[in-house]
Design a protein around this ligand. Structure first.
Ligand SMILES: O=C(O)CCC(=O)C(=O)O
Ligand SMILES: [Fe+2]
Length: 219
């Protein structure tokens, strides 16, 4: 289940009406409260990343360029020891994703250096994992890595996860600041409208592509 503008109560209440005819105020309030609290972590992490590249003057513009999509996910446990259930390897298309889970592991990240899958262990049940998405990778012209990841379920317990996807606002054009482009770092992607790219990603060509962003607007 995906909830757009998950930090805005009115919007969340609208989404819950698709599930409960009279809405579900307690559920909506929990979603908004969770998103608002996690937005503090999101803004802190992105501010640190942006400042670390000397882009202080872009911080406010960058932080204001996004909205929150919260996905509530359920992964059924494998029915036998031999069965493995997966969600396919992919990169996230957003700026960053913050993941939380119910204590059942399953997330795996592909090591950029040797292509091996690394099992992600959340250090505590209250920990979060932050993943960089393709849009931050493009905006910083390749300075941060957007990792390929997947979920593999082989345990007997059902896994629940919450993914807070920090996505560019409709109409926002992802364009690397001039400071990120030089001779050693030639421009990787032409400026692109996030929503249009996301529509391409949903097409047969986009889904089949090993690197949808490069195919869509790679230089
Ligand atoms: O459930 C997870 O831990 C990851 C889910 C994921 O990668 C996604 O929804 O894009
Ligand atoms: Fe993902």
């Amino acid at each position: 289940m995906g909830i757009e503008d998950a930090d805005v109560l009115q919007k969340v209440e609208g989404s819950t009406k698709a599930l409960w005819s009279n809405g579900n105020p307690a559920f909506s309030e929990s979603i908004v409260s969770y998103t608002k609290q996690l937005s503090v972590l999101d803004q802190m992490v992105r501010r640190m990343i942006v400042e670390s590249f000397g882009l202080e003057k872009y911080v406010d513009e960058h932080l204001n360029s996004t909205t929150y999509l919260l996905r509530v996910m359920e992964y059924k446990a494998a029915r036998s020891c031999d069965e493995v259930r997966r969600i396919h390897p992919h990169t996230d298309k957003d700026m960053i994703t913050i993941l939380y889970q119910n204590g059942v592991d399953g997330l795996e990240v592909k090591n950029k250096a040797d292509g091996q899958w690394i099992k992600c262990q959340f250090s505590r049940t209250t920990s979060f994992i932050v993943l960089v998405g393709d849009s931050l990778y493009a905006w910083l012209n390749g300075r941060v890595h957007s990792p390929v990841h997947r979920v593999t379920m082989s345990r007997s317990e059902t896994r629940y996860s919450l993914g807070l996807f920090v996505v560019p606002k409709a109409g926002y054009v992802v364009k690397a600041p001039d400071e990120m482009v030089d001779e050693q770092h030639p421009l990787l992607f032409k400026p692109y409208d996030f929503v249009e790219f996301f529509m391409f990603y949903g097409t047969e060509a986009g889904l089949k592509s090993a690197n949808a962003l490069r195919e869509y607007c790679g230089v």
